[in-house]
Design a protein around this ligand. Sequence first.
Ligand SMILES: NC(=O)c1ccc[n+]([C@@H]2O[C@H](COP(=O)([O-])OP(=O)(O)OC[C@H]3O[C@@H](n4cnc5c(N)ncnc54)[C@H](OP(=O)(O)O)[C@@H]3O)[C@@H](O)[C@H]2O)c1
Length: 296
Amino acid sequence: MVKTAVVTAGTAGIGLETALGLADAGFSVTVVGRDADRGARAVDRINARNPAHPGRFLPADLGSLDQVRALADRIAAEHAASGDPLSVLVNNVGAMFPQRQTLDGVEASFVVNHLSPYLLTELLLPTLTNGAPSRIVNVTSGAVGLAKRAFDAVEPPGGYYGFHWYGRAKLANLVYTLDLANRLEGTAVSVFAADPGGAATDMTDGTMADPKIVSPPLRLLWPLVRRKFERSTSGPASVAARPSIVAATDGALAGRTGIVIGAQAHPVTPLRAATDPRIAQDVRRLSERYAPLALT
Ligand SMILES: NC(=O)c1ccc[n+]([C@@H]2O[C@H](COP(=O)([O-])OP(=O)(O)OC[C@H]3O[C@@H](n4cnc5c(N)ncnc54)[C@H](OP(=O)(O)O)[C@@H]3O)[C@@H](O)[C@H]2O)c1
């Protein structure tokens, strides 16, 4: 039986390097992205690494919850038909928006960094459970450390700062990740978060050079902050993919769950707020409201 993995936003950057690592580990890898040419190039690279188990590209804009639903339906139906287990889901998609924007009426950072991976995961849980032992890997970020921790609404009050809104949406997703691990305890579906540290990718190319992405207090320290951003996003995506690859494949993690794999590709202690049950409850309420599993 073929081991299969799905990597979202897997056609470039950290996601593509993660997909290549999973191909090296023997998985047949599906990569998801928007651009079909990029998808085809990614599949060529994946197949060169693991010709015995070819990869494939599935198109979806993961900023659209309707497209997330269609993607989940397709993957679930294909696994049901083939009987091949879905062993790994890497929710790698993420985005920072320098200017505030909405997607179907909901603030975009929250949609792409949390609601979209949340919805894909929840809709694929029956497939992942059938394929167990299986693993879910949610890609997090060091930006969670500077995020506002109130989740009574999609957006906190006050001005929009792209870096902080990104970090807050990633924090929602990290809280969800650890909450889900508790929920699935004993099911043989393991849930991990992976922090890539940083890398020079499309996402970081140019987006972190504008002081308007940070709050006014941090802007006062902009030369320092900018240097820190530049340093932390200058490395190769292949190194930043290691935490996700370890989370998805390391035999030492078999039977374990609810672990954050840090930028050095070792388990680390999660941020305290990420395990706060009140925050988890608020995130659950927002997720269920803005990304309902069933459309009425
Ligand atoms: N880079 C860093 O320094 C850093 C640091 C901490 C955490 N992270 C996290 O690591 C993950 C990967 O980051 P990255 O820097 O590699 O990102 P990236 O450069 O934006 O990744 C590019 C990939 O994302 C796909 N993609 C982007 N938006 C998409 C959408 N709406 N729907 C479907 N696919 C989409 C692209 O495909 P198309 O071109 O076809 O759309 C491409 O495959 C993210 O979760 C990010 O938040 C990154």
